[in-house]
Design a protein around this ligand. Structure first.
Ligand code: T4K
Length: 401
């Protein structure tokens, strides 16, 4: 019943908040044992044994020659950009987390935003090709929602123009797409192990590559540019992963199968409940390969539902469902980038930014909870335009004015 909605004064559906990014936990006892051993060793950072073991595990998991663990993916991207000595404009999507763009700015390179495909929200290779000029320095693809972007097409464009291709794989741990396992694309790929990610190390990131010389360079840059015990050969920084994070990173990857199964069950519940709702599109699983189902993404078509995505977010938050509108409003609309010369035209990005709604999943959420959230979404859609009109005249909105 619409009158029962929390946003209109009813009690919330959930007593406790349901989050999009509740961390997944592996085997607690194993994690604690690793931390105890670390304390006994008194070796907490600087390429410790857990970091070394973790790098081997992540390289093997992604079928690449090597891996470098860093303190987060943002710094991983920065180090990679520095190692590649990137200059000029970096062609990338605007529909990504702001860190993708910021990391290039920190290297002194400039994002040049390119539109995405409506089908999977990934960078459009044709738009990349069209955007290349003499100022282009590199191509940066992002595997948005963990769906592999078209690495083969991007690589062909990069080769034709003699440009490096590298990939933000923050969402794509363990993914195998049409171009093969994530990790081996372009010159390198960068995973995020942030707490909210499929697999986490509290905070962390991993640079994956088949180019061992490039990884050695990144390893040095991660540690102030040291090339030997008392020899510094580059302007490095401190991007080292602490041992306690590697303890979590190792314990998490050991549990990757159970995380994937939980995500898949949740995804199936949402798809089942929402797949036939008019005006709601559930982004489907990729038809090829292995996906991590890390994000459950809806597109809300207000022209059909009568209710905007933002009204839906407000109504869900009132029910204690903390749905998110990632990556609104797109990097290009955030103040640091708004002042750039507007060489780009991003109609698909702008539309997707208005429609996307991300729902809770992960091991902290049960399929039954997903079914309840889906029921709420269906009720909101059923409320349609009359509900939108009531929301527009809510007393708290009038009080805000
Ligand atoms: N490239 C891409 C494409 C990315 O998406 C990201 C990060 C990066 C690069 C950079 O990776 P890192 O440098 O972070 O390794 C979150 C994450 O902070 C961010 O890592 C992630 N992408 C982005 C998509 O999401 P917020 O602003 O949504 O975080 P926050 O604090 O609002 O948390 C999300 C939800 O999770 C909330 O409902 C609270 C809940 N939560 C969060 C944390 C940290 C928990 O329940 N427990 C927790 O410990 O950015």
């Amino acid at each position: 019943m619409i009158g029962d909605l929390a946003v209109l004064g009813g009690p919330p559906e959930f007593a406790d908040q349901v989050h999009v990014g509740r961390p997944n936990l592996g085997d607690r006892d194993r994690l604690m044992r690793r931390i105890e051993e670390m304390l006994d060793r008194r070796w907490f950072s600087n390429d410790g044994p857990l970091v070394v073991e973790m790098e081997e595990a992540y390289a093997a998991h992604h079928s690449v020659a090597g891996a470098v663990a860093v303190c987060n993916a943002t710094l991983g991207l920065q180090l990679l950009a520095r190692a590649l000595d990137l200059r000029g404009q970096i062609l990338m999507p605007s529909f990504t987390f702001i860190a993708t763009a910021h990391s290039m700015m920190w290297q002194g390179a400039q994002p040049e935003f390119v539109d995405i495909l409506p089908s999977d929200h990934n960078i459009d290779p044709l738009a990349v090709e069209a955007a290349i000029t003499e100022r282009t320095g590199a191509i940066l693809g992002v595997h948005v929602w963990g769906r592999q972007c078209d690495v083969d097409a991007l690589q062909a464009i990069a080769d034709a123009h003699d440009l490096p291709l590298f990939l933000d794989a923050a969402h794509a741990l363990g993914v195998v797409g049409p171009a093969g396992p994530v990790g081996g694309g372009g010159v390198a790929e960068v995973l995020s192990l942030h707490a909210t990610k499929f697999v986490n190390s509290f905070e962390g990131g991993v640079v994956l590559s088949n180019d061992l010389a490039l990884l050695d360079e990144i390893r040095s840059l991660r540690n102030f540019g040291f090339a030997g015990y008392d020899l510094v050969t580059a302007i490095g920084t401190n991007a080292k992963m602490p041992e306690v994070c590697a303890a979590m990173g190792l314990t998490s990857i050991e549990a990757v199968g159970s995380f994937a199964a939980a995500n898949e069950a949740n995804f199936a519940a949402y798809a089942d409940e929402l797949g036939a709702v008019e005006g709601i599109r559930v982004l489907s699983a990729p038809s090829v390969g292995t996906w991590n189902h890390q994000y459950v993404v809806l597109e809300v078509d207000e022209a059909v539902t009568g209710l905007s995505r933002d009204d839906m977010v407000d109504a869900l938050w009132a029910e204690n469902v903390l749905a998110r509108r990632y990556f609104y409003p797109g990097c290009h609309e955030h103040p640091p980038y708004r002042t750039f010369e507007r060489t780009w035209d991003l109609p698909v990005t702008d539309g997707v930014c208005r429609r996307v709604l991300v729902l809770p999943t992960g091991t902290a959420v049960e399929p039954d909870t997903c079914r309840t959230i889906s029921r709420l979404v269906r009720e909101l859609v059923a409320g349609g335009r009359p509900l939108a009109e009531r929301l527009a005249t809510r007393p708290e909105l009038e009080a805000d004015v």
